[in-house]
Design a protein around this ligand. Sequence first.
Ligand SMILES: C[S@@+](CC[C@H](N)C(=O)[O-])C[C@H]1O[C@@H](n2cnc3c(N)ncnc32)[C@H](O)[C@@H]1O
Length: 470
Amino acid sequence: MSRLLTRIFASGQTQRKLISATVHQNLCSAVSVSPGFAVMEHKLYRPPPEARGMTSLDKDAFTQTITVPALRVPTGVLNKVVKSLRKSTIQRPGVPRVVQDKEESSGFRLVLLDPHRVSLASSFSETEAEALRSFGVAEELHHYEMKLTYDNLKSEEVLEAVLPLGQDVTSGFSRVGHIAHMNLRDHQLPYKNVIGQVIMDKNPGVTCVVNKTNMIDSTYRNFKMEVMAGEENMVAKVKENGVTYEFDFSRVYWNPRLSTEHQRVVELIKRGDTVFDVFAGVGPFAIPAARSGANVLANDLNPESYRWLQHNCKLNKVGGKVQTFNLDGRAFIQGPFKQELPSLLKGDGRVHVVMNLPALALEFLDAFRGLLQQEAPCDQNLPTVYCYGFSKDENAEADMVERASRSLGFPLKNDYSVHFVRNVAPNKDMMCVRFTLPKEVLFSSDDKHTESSEEPAPKRQKCEETAHLT
Ligand SMILES: C[S@@+](CC[C@H](N)C(=O)[O-])C[C@H]1O[C@@H](n2cnc3c(N)ncnc32)[C@H](O)[C@@H]1O
């Protein structure tokens, strides 16, 4: 046995002696094997006290020397041993599981173990112990001293060391291309630069971290953001369901949590169908639908969304399949939709109307009332509407149907279904009601519109004014 290796446990008889993962605050020159012996310590890493309260990141403060248990393994069986012990070996970013046994470089390596799992020779499971015996490896644990640096720590470990004791360090974020966006709580704000830097360091590909401060505009659904770390480049490139999108994340709406919903709806659209996307954003329904062979008319009131929508149509080579509009949703329904519909009702392809503006879309359904009152009523090929809404009701499905019926001025009875999209907050669900637009609504002679119960009048005024700009 190596001089430098301390045999800690010859067998189960010495079980009372415990392996150490004691942290030495002094820097240790290089990885080495320690002759020392210490008391049991379940933490592989201890937050350095000097990191507490740090408001600009000092990576060196996190360097420390730790001691972990190790097994000496003949090189001939090394791979097999590592495989058999995969649940017990050390798992840490940038830390090797196998290191050179310096003293006896010929024929042996050290397999480093996780001290949380292995503190005694008897810590190995029956299967692991059996494997070790079969490979002729002694179940003796040794000390191995190593230098642990900032690079070997997980983001939670760094932030736990920095933020005030007992405070929540949740470092969750959503990823949009190279941008990580967070929603910091008040107590985390003084440490925002450190938090941003840590998120960037620990997540390859993230080169910009932003904090969502609030909704900048409840119409366009984008957020006010503050750059916490990294470059100030807000133009993101993302791939969703195989389609590439580019957009300025600070000026348009994009939610990576909607990819399944986009896919679900697009799968219902067939070649030759026509899609009216009333609140299209930068195109996550419109562009895949066009790629599936549908003709698409896509609209968004936000001039920035409209610009990126056009850009993404070109990027995905569907420019010829998508007509774009920069109108208020109501003006879009009463303009391009109304103009195209009569001939589409006589055609073969189906007509889909997608309305993803959950806070308000149900309130726009009255725009369909009496839309074709000048035309001869027919019930062939009536459009299918996918209208999104938020519901806080215990019976969200009934709530959606009831609100849609009220806005349409006609009760939805049979030809509808309601789909749960996602939970957006405690007791608040995003839902999608899908229905065939009733001919009683479309051809009604009554085109009076209900006043919105959620949307204050001035906002609608503003939308209509903006719509005239195009
Ligand atoms: C929730 S986002 C959905 C965007 C896209 N369909 C998606 O699934 O990611 C709603 C979009 O509606 C747009 N919008 C808001 N009010 C509008 C209005 N009155 N008329 C048309 N578009 C509107 C916003 O700019 C935003 O892009």
